[in-house]
Design a protein around this ligand. Sequence first.
Ligand SMILES: C[S@@+](CC[C@H](N)C(=O)[O-])C[C@H]1O[C@@H](n2cnc3c(N)ncnc32)[C@H](O)[C@@H]1O
Length: 222
Amino acid sequence: MKISNRLKLIASLVPDDANVLDVGCDHALLDIFLVTHKKNIRAIASDINSGPLKRAIDNVKFYKVDHAIDVKQGDGIVNITAEVDTIIISGLGGNTIIDILKKDLDKLKNVKTLVISPHGEEEKVRRFITSIGYEIADEIFTCDQNKAYVIIKFVRGNKKYTDLEMHYGPIILKNKNEYFYKYYSECRANLKELLKEIPKDKKNIYDDIEEEIERLDKILKV
Ligand SMILES: C[S@@+](CC[C@H](N)C(=O)[O-])C[C@H]1O[C@@H](n2cnc3c(N)ncnc32)[C@H](O)[C@@H]1O
């Protein structure tokens, strides 16, 4: 089966033997990849919308993996069972992911691992999930079709992080890969251009952008 490199990287952060709830599964290709490529995975592929749900049901049938994947309709983590120890939420906005988890915090009791790939607001997601009894075990920064993606694996723990680590990711910062350098060098160049256009009376905005450029100078060692 063909799945994107991004989904393969998400799968790489899911432990063997995991009992997965994939929230916002869409086509369920990630779950099908997991149960066919990793050891002893069971999955609930869950989505709020009927279009994706039908795609998921058709794919699970096509790949003959209905013994290992249950497809269920539902909002957020409502479909969680006591056996689920790993939640994946990928491709939803950071604020939506926080709302989904916040709404059902009591349902996370048995959840040891969260694999999260937010569209934006990564810092807020790190701050929230580390405030509810998890720490960051692994992270990947990647690009797929010219878009940057961050994938974060949280496990139970209470490690503390600096503001810089919360913003860029402690492991992403340690491993700074080619995608990281390319993406943030472009961000830095764009911010420098933007700075030229900020009127003098918008001092707060100017200072914020300047501060971000200084931060990037340090981590990119420009
Ligand atoms: C952009 S797709 C991401 C699909 C896949 N997870 C990925 O990373 O490629 C987002 C999916 O989340 C679903 N979704 C949005 N809000 C949801 C919610 N509150 N609960 C469950 N699913 C949701 C949408 O229907 C859609 O199928």
